[in-house]
Structure formats: structure tokens, C-alpha cells
Write a protein that binds this ligand. Sequence first.
Ligand code: MG
Length: 389
Amino acid sequence: MSRSLAIFGATGTIGDNALNLVDQHPERFHVSVLSAHRNTEKLAVLARQYAPDILVIGTPDGRKDLLQKLPDFKGDILIGEAGLLQAARYKVDVAVMAIVGFAGLAPSMVCAEQGSMLALANKEALVAAGPLLMRTAGQNKTQILPVDSEHNAIYQLLQLQTEETSHKSIEKIVLTASGGPFRQHTLAEMATVTPAQAVAHPNWDMGAKISVDSATLMNKGLELIEARYLFDIEPARLDVLVHPQSIVHGLVYFNDGSVLAQKGCPDMRVPLAYCMAYPERIASGVATLDLAAQGRLDFEAADRERFACLALAEAAMQADGDAPCVLNAANEMAVAAFLDGQIGFTDIGDVVDAVLQDHDVGGVDSLEAIVATDARARQVAEQKIKRVR
Ligand code: MG
């Protein structure tokens, strides 16, 4: 039976990789929903190629543009957040959530209510509202499969557990980090790097926001929080290991001294294939990992002094409640300001720190409360950014 897919954020790199897998396995998958924020050009091309039932685009003008480009399109073209939420209710076998940032939270919550599979590539939803999202998925028997390569690695490793070796035998879970393009930069050198340098990631081909997050190591901090909720593991048992080659993605340490590690070439089609075909495995088109050619794998401790964002994320994870939501909102604002040339690279951590300092930690009780907390944190971040500028 062919699986129906919804791909939210279809015009980004995760969308490209998911659709590449569809192309490789046309008998296995068909596309029912495609969404894009504003890239009508590419969405129109994808609509012609995959003939989905539903398209979602950010604005009414975008819809007009799509109607012009697709005079013969038979499906619905929905608009904005309301359109996204409506599309998230459409019955599919697997929803791939690849919308970037906090905007992915509300549609992820709706997907979590559907009782099917949610292949989650958006990490901010778990960071901002982890307990709420996991509870909603659990209550509705929705299976959340992590697309994020490190979490996908850990998810695979935890599948090897039996009832006898469950959670209590896990000593710690470790996520690897490439270290980003500035792994060997001094703080002084980092202060002057440009957005173009920050988005040039050594191993992974990704969007601008996540590339900057990888350069500050905020990405790894967000991933620790993501893992904390996804795997229900306390902060003290989560750690980061810098591994420049990005071959080992995650490690699980057991109390008997055994350490399991998942490896693979750094290509998002590996974790996506796992999620989209779960529980089966399918070919991803990625070259076989050649460890002899690779020759060596290096590891080093993460430096929290040069990479203040990692320490800030760990502090927010420790504080729990809505602190991760505030961290995420401040970071999204600071990264946007950096990409826009308004603040420097090392100012990103300073802005996030200042916003967190201003915040009194509260709970994560409802989506409405989280949306309000996010909005407040963005306002405070805006003021802090003005002060730096
Ligand atoms: Mg990752």
C-alpha cells in the first residue's frame, strides 16, 4: 500500500530530500499535502510534479500567484496559518514537519492530534512546548519520529532496548556536534565573522537559520532540549561531544560500560528514509559509509566559553518550564538580526542571555500560554537588539 505524505515546508532542504525519496520509491509514497511559506515558483513546480490534494501558501497574494501558475490544479489552495492547521487535519499516513522555527509549533500540535505518524524535523516545537507536544501525541497515539539526525540516531539505538534493559540502565545520551565553521576560531575572530561565513556549514547542506545555529552551537543546545523531552531523560544525563566529521550522530551509554553509537554519511535522506518507511527500512540513495576511506574519526569536548549559546541552552533546559521557549524566541530574533546585518555574531549569545535574565520562569500549560510567552520574549529581544545596534 502506498503511503500518503504531507510535507510542511516542502520547498526547503528537508522537503527536497523527502521528495527525493518519493522519487526513488514511487510505488511506496504519494504526496497529499505540500506547503511553502512564500516560494510560489518552486511550489508550483512541485504541484505539477506530485499533484497533491492540498497546497498551502503564506499569503493571499501567494495564492493568486499559484492560481495563475496552475490553471489546471484540481486541489485546494489554502492560505497562511489557518490553512496550515486545516491541512494538518487532512488524513495522511505520515506528516513531515519541516517548517523552520516557532511557526512549526501550532501545525505540529495539530499533527500530534491525528493519531498517525509525525516525522518531526522542526526542533523548535519540542523546545518551546516539549511536554505539551509529547503529552498530546501520547494521548492521541501519534507516533513522533525524529528526523533530526542525532535524535534519529538515539531513537534507533533505543529501539534495541528490551523491557529488562529499559530507561534505568541508560547512563547518558550523547549528541554529537560538528562544531560548525568556527570550531577553531578564537572569540575575537568570531566577533567579526559575516553571515555568509556563518551559513557555510562544513558537512551539512541546510537553511540559513539552522546553519547560524550550528555555528553558534545553539543548534546543539536546542537539540539537547529536544532530546530531553523526546526521550524523557533528565538534563544531567544529556551531553554533547564535538565530532567534526559528522559520521557518528548519537551515542547511548549503558550502566555496564557498553556504548552504542549510530553512524552514517551526513545526508538527511538517511534519517528521513527511516522515518518515512518506519518500521521498515528502504534504500535512501546515500553512498555506503566507507570507514576505511574515512580513515579517522575525531572527538573533542565542547567549549562552552567560546560557544556561550550552548551553555545558555543548557541553563534554560535546567530551568525547565517556559525557559526553553524564551531561549528559542530570543535566539530566532537574534539570528534574524545577525543575518540582517544588525548585530554581530557574538552578540547573538549576548541578546539571548539578556532576554533570559529578564524572564521569570513559568509553566508550559497550553499552546495559548506558550504563544504569549514567545511573543513577549520576542518584544524583549527586539529591545535588547536595539541596544546592541
Ligand atoms: Mg541535528
